[in-house]
Structure formats: structure tokens, C-alpha cells
Design a protein around this ligand. Structure first.
Ligand SMILES: [Zn+2]
Length: 198
């Protein structure tokens, strides 16, 4: 699907939080010391919802880590265009963590929330994340979710460009791969010159 995709930090929190969970708790974790403050990382990730940040406890870290690993598997499946495998995993999360729509009165108006404010944190975010990824799959936008092509990086991303052409998590990774490819070509050219071939 073409056309620029705009995500809203609240409405699309499931997609954005899924990406942050994968990158902060799976990809970064793999490269960092175990002393990393996972609670602080989770507070940053869930900052869109002040109630979640307030409810977060060290005891939640393990469960969010498991959720992040499962979401990483979904991104890996999407990255290799295996929509069936991704959908299977998303469906499993959805059935284990059903949404719990709820009307809450705010400043005199009733507003629809995904869950009641006192819903269990991990289950609530599992549902929100799974629903966010499910919405991308069902809107033919699954190809916009991917894993950075710079092998040493591996971060998840959502492609918001008009022509859905993104392959890297950031310009930084794109430039690093471009520079490496340029150097590779340049050194190949030098070797060919030395050996007398074209
Ligand atoms: Zn990257």
C-alpha cells in the first residue's frame, strides 16, 4: 500500500510500543551488560500512558521481556514476508490477552478506553501491542513493519514513507551500509586494477 502513513502516539501506541519493546528489551539487551535498568527503559517505552508508568514494578520486567521476544518473532516473520506465521503468533497473543474496552468519565465526558485503568499491566499491553500489529497486517501494511537490513543492527522499525521503500531503522544505518558498499566497490576496483582486469 502506498501513501504516507501517519501514526498517532495514542491511537497507534500498540505499534510504536511493540517496536520500542523489541528494540529496547531484545536487540539492545543482547548487546549490553545485564546491569541495564529495565524498569527505567519500560517507563520510557510506556510513557504514552501515565497510569501504566505509575503501575510499573520491577516484577513486570520479566513478563515484558517475554512479550518483547514474542513481538520480535512477529517482526522477524513479517521481515521474511511470512504473513501466516506472523498472524498465527499475533492471534495467539490476542486470544491470551483479550481487549477489554471500557468507558471512563474524564472532565465530565465519557471516553472509550482500551482497558479499565486498573487492568493488569502486562496483559493490557500484550493486547494493545498485538492489536496494533494486527491492524497493520489487516490493512495490507504488514510490509511496512520490518527489521533493519544492517546485519549488525537488527532493530525493528515501521516504515512511514510514501512509497514504502524503507529498509533500515534509521538514516544512520542506511548511511553506514552505503559507505561500506562504496568502500567494498572501491577496494574491488583497486584489486582489479592491480591484477590488470577491468
Ligand atoms: Zn539499523
Amino acid at each position: 500500500m502506498t501513501g504516507k502513513v501517519k501514526l498517532d502516539s495514542y491511537r497507534d501506541a500498540g505499534i510504536l510500543v511493540s517496536i520500542d519493546l523489541v528494540n529496547e528489551l531484545v536487540v539492545e539487551e543482547a548487546g549490553e551488560a545485564a546491569s541495564r535498568d529495565a524498569v527505567a527503559a519500560l517507563k520510557r517505552i510506556l510513557a504514552v500512558d501515565a497510569n501504566s508508568v505509575a503501575a510499573l514494578r520491577p516484577g513486570h520486567v520479566r513478563g515484558f521481556g517475554e512479550l518483547a521476544r514474542e513481538l520480535h518473532r512477529v517482526f522477524a516473520a513479517l521481515d521474511r514476508d511470512d504473513l501466516d506465521a506472523a498472524a498465527l503468533r499475533v492471534n495467539r497473543l490476542l486470544s491470551r490477552h483479550p481487549a477489554h474496552p471500557y468507558l471512563a468519565k474524564e472532565a465530565g465526558r465519557w471516553r472509550l478506553h482500551h482497558h479499565p485503568a486498573d487492568a493488569p499491566l502486562l496483559s493490557m499491553w500484550s493486547a494493545i501491542c498485538a492489536e496494533g500489529l494486527a491492524s497493520m497486517i489487516s490493512a495490507d501494511r504488514a510490509s511496512r513493519l520490518g527489521i533493519c537490513e544492517r546485519v549488525e543492527c537488527g532493530r525493528a522499525y515501521v516504515d512511514l514513507t510514501r512509497n514504502a521503500s524503507r529498509r533500515f531503522c534509521s538514516l544512520n544505518c542506511q548511511n553506514r551500509v552505503k559507505v561500506a558498499a562504496f568502500r567494498e566497490r572501491a577496494s574491488l576496483g583497486t584489486r582489479r586494477e592491480r591484477s590488470g582486469s577491468i
